[in-house]
Design a protein around this ligand. Structure first.
Ligand code: COA
Length: 174
């Protein structure tokens, strides 16, 4: 079964809890403090690097303030292949005038519980944050992937994302 994105009903800023009902079994909503242990556990399993301090800081910065331009969303429910509960998360924000760019939405974290993958949850999370970006008034979404990151490349390409007009530059600092 694929989980389709249906609608966003964000309500007022103080009550932005229930965001998206994907279907009766899975929904996307704003993060809560109780979700952070699941975010940390999922990310640790996927990346093999435990970074609790980082995620707690991200929650403080993206889960609790400037809600109209910062979006930390989670998917929860009962997905095929996975037990009931936490299924994944996505984080992004509207950024303006960096590198001369007009305001656009940036996605900088996305992860789906491995057992729940390939059922449309990543797609629903991206669609939910896209809707939030649109509501925030931006018409462009960006992200960054490693050149050899086959899975995220396949995913983002399948969602219609293509190479943009910027290139990343870097050098080693000795
Ligand atoms: C990338 C990721 C978020 C996708 O989540 P998901 O819930 O499995 O994605 P969906 O089921 O919504 O897939 C949407 C489309 O992406 C593509 N896709 C996703 N996983 C794929 C895979 N393993 N192989 C090929 N295509 C894939 C497909 O086109 C798929 O559509 P389809 O099922 O109709 O063919 C998930 O694999 C993940 O968390 N990966 C590890 C972390 C990561 O890479 N994050 C992204 C960068 S921060």
């Amino acid at each position: 079964m694929r989980y389709e994105f249906l609608s966003v009903g964000s309500g007022d800023a103080g009550k932005m809890q229930e965001l998206t009902e994907i279907n009766s079994a899975v929904r996307v909503r704003r993060v809560r403090a109780a979700d952070i242990s699941h975010v940390i556990a999922l990310d640790t399993r996927v990346t093999k690097i435990a970074k609790a301090e980082y995620w707690n800081d991200i929650f403080r910065r993206y889960g609790k303030q400037r809600n109209s331009e910062r979006f930390f969303l989670v998917a929860e429910g009962r997905a095929e292949g996975a037990g009931p509960g936490f299924l994944g998360f996505i984080i992004g924000e509207v950024r303006a005038w960096e590198f001369g760019s007009s305001p656009c939405g940036w996605v900088f974290a996305l992860s789906v519980e491995p057992k729940a993958r390939l059922h449309g949850i990543g797609s629903a999370l991206l669609e939910a944050i896209s809707a939030e970006f649109r509501k925030a008034g931006v018409g462009k979404m960006r992200t960054m992937v490693a050149r050899d990151g086959r899975l995220p490349l396949l995913f983002f390409r399948s969602e219609g994302m293509i190479a943009g007009p910027y290139i990343q530059l870097e050098k080693d600092l000795d």
